[in-house]
Design a binder for this molecule. Structure first.
Ligand code: PEP
Ligand code: MG
Length: 581
């Protein structure tokens, strides 16, 4: 019987495929397909890992035995017996083999998939003692994974190409994924994503959107309702997931999927069309990127530059090992060269809130704190000046290779502005005294906190341009955690308060002849294009996948007429009601 699960639509399109349930803690396991002739060696890798772990446990048992009866820990001995038993369990071994032989999963993926299958059975057990054995199973699997990481490197494979069998596409179902996890999946086999938690503008959702594959977040119990290998339809337009769909539904959604492809094909013809409105206003369409390699997609979509390079993705998921100056310089340089002479706006690191450096990195005893209001973005950088200087030097050096704008996130105080500018100068001085060449950069500030939006003249005195981060501006204006699906219905981009802050920021920049752009998700939302144009915005930065659809809207607009309409939206008690006029 088909069941439907409702969540938030975060990335458009339809995906139809078999479910792969991934535990949040194991998303860093490699997922790729092996060729038919590699199946035997994959099974052998598993066998070796299992034997090694068995050996490890037997050794511990022996040393316990040597301690003599008085010092031996009977509980530990019993536990080790359980671990040995689990390692030899037929359901684990034959299940894992099944995923390798039948589905061509690599060994690690097969192992974690089977772990999920068995873990669910444990969850359903009545007996609390047996239920708790799930943790033991997880431990032995963890040991095997660790062994495999050290022993055999996965065959470097672009999974999409290695997957030569005519299998169904796969969709990923997880309780939660961190933004860094999502990034790992960027090169992966998955045709769509569903997570139980997450808001529409959470960073996980943003990365899903950048991957341009259908995704639904905040689907609450999806990862429990959906079983490994179930057929699933992800409707990324409606925010619905259909589990075990009937043949009629499959046919209907298959048709919608093909229609989507036709639409994309049609839009792709706009790539080289200049983004000019009916009344001749030229609009700048820029790309938001997370990795230097995204420059390819940006150019392909016809972006005229990068309006936001979220540099923090270079810093995340590295076990606290931050990239040094050389590594950062090379990464920025790749992005700049990738854009072939077009400007690249590099935002200094914005970690914290829903972008921790590492999964589960919250500090002990701080669970009651709100990270969105804590040491995030520029606050973090100013608290770690030597780290910040490393980044500033790397960006300045990279600016030798093309036009670069340096963008600072989440400023709110004049003192933060002063400290930041002083550090930029210090970075220049350090490069001067080391005789290292560096380039000129334009300096920009993000307007993402109401305090900043209400003190625009201060920012205009110190910066060359402003970029409005509407994702955070909305979050902080309306006191809505952007990553919390429980309050996502209150996350309202056209709330009068948000619109007033946005409109007055744009107006003041225009008056002073300073550049202003919007780089939050509002910029890529086609339902808001007319409003932003009407408010005077001429520069939009968004994921490459959204550029052509926004351009299509722009080509149909007359900004002179939109200006009057936008003023009436601004004055309305319920702006959303006027949005369809
Ligand atoms: C924003 O807040 O709108 C923004 C673009 O920054 P981020 O989404 O990375 O917080
Ligand atoms: Mg932000």
């Amino acid at each position: 019987m088909t069941i439907s699960v409702h969540g938030l639509a975060v990335s458009r399109g339809i995906a139809i495929g078999r479910a792969v349930i991934v535990a949040s803690s194991r998303v860093d396991v490699a997922h790729y397909f092996v060729q038919a002739d590699q199946i035997e060696s994959e099974i052998e890798r598993l066998r070796q890992a299992r034997n090694a772990v068995v050996e490890e446990i037997v050794k511990v048992q022996q040393s316990l035995h040597e301690l003599g009866p008085n010092d031996a820990h009977p509980e530990l001995t019993a536990l080790l017996d359980v671990h040995l038993m689990l390692l030899q369990d037929e359901q684990l071994t034959s299940g894992v083999k099944h995923w390798i032989v039948e589905r061509h999963y690599n060994a690690e993926w097969a192992l974690t998939t089977q772990l999920e299958v068995i873990a669910r059975q444990f969850d359903e057990m009545e007996d609390p003692y047996l239920r708790e054995r799930k943790a033991d199973l997880e431990q032995v699997v963890e040991r095997m994974l660790r062994f495999m990481r050290g022993v055999a490197l996965p065959v470097a494979a672009d999974a999409r190409h290695a997957h030569d069998s005519a299998e169904a596409p796969l969709v990923l179902i997880a309780h939660d994924l961190s933004p860094a996890d999502m990034l790992q999946f960027k090169q992966s086999v998955f045709a769509g994503f569903v997570t139980d938690v997450g808001g529409k503008t959470s960073h996980t959702a943003i990365v899903a959107r950048s991957m341009d594959i259908p995704a639904v977040v905040g689907a609450r119990s999806a990862s429990h309702l959906i079983k490994q290998d179930d057929w699933v339809i992800i409707d990324g337009d409606a925010g619905v997931v259909l589990v075990d769909p009937s043949p009629i539904l499959l046919a209907e959604y298959g048709f919608k999927q093909r229609q989507g492809e036709v639409e994309r094909e049609r839009l792709s013809r706009l790539k080289n069309t200049p983004a000019v409105t009916l009344d001749g206003q030229r609009i700048e369409l820029l790309a938001n990127i997370e990795q230097p390699e995204d420059a390819v997609a940006a150019l392909k979509a016809g972006a005229v530059g990068v309006g936001l390079f979220r540099s923090e993705f270079l810093f995340m998921g590295r076990g606290g090992n931050l990239p040094d100056e050389e590594e950062q310089y090379q990464a920025y340089r790749r992005a700049i060269e990738g854009m072939q002479g077009l400007p690249v706006t590099i935002r200094t690191v914005d970690v914290g809130a829903d972008k921790p450096l590492d999964r589960g990195a919250s500090r002990a005893g701080e669970d009651h704190l709100n990270p969105a209001l804590g040491l995030r973005a520029i606050r973090w950088s100013l608290a770690e000046p030597s780290m910040f200087l490393v980044q500033l030097r790397a960006i300045l050096r990279a600016a030798v290779h093309g036009p670069v704008n340096l963008l600072i996130p989440m400023l709110a105080h004049a003192s933060e502005i002063r400290q930041t500018l002083a550090l930029v100068n210090r970075a220049r001085e350090q490069l001067d005294s080391a005789e290292v060449p560096y380039g000129h950069v334009k300096l920009g500030a993000m307007i993402e906190v109401p305090a900043a939006a209400l003190t625009i003249p201060l920012f205009l005195r110190h910066f060359d341009f402003l970029s409005v981060g509407t994702n955070d501006l909305i979050q902080y204006t309306l006191a809505i955690d952007r990553a919390d699906e429980a309050v996502s219905h209150l996350y309202d981009p056209v709330h009068p308060a948000v619109l007033h802050l946005l409109a007055s920021t744009i107006a003041q920049c225009l008056e002073r002849g300073k550049g202003v752009s919007v780089c939050g998700e509002m910029a890529g939302d086609v339902t808001l294009t007319r409003l932003l144009l009407g408010l005077g915005l001429r520069s939009f930065s968004m994921h490459p996948s959204q550029i052509l659809a926004v351009k299509q809207q722009i080509l149909r607009c007359d900004t002179a007429r939109l200006q009057t309409w936008a003023q009436s939206v601004l004055a309305a008690e319920d702006p959303a009601a006027l949005m369809t006029d």
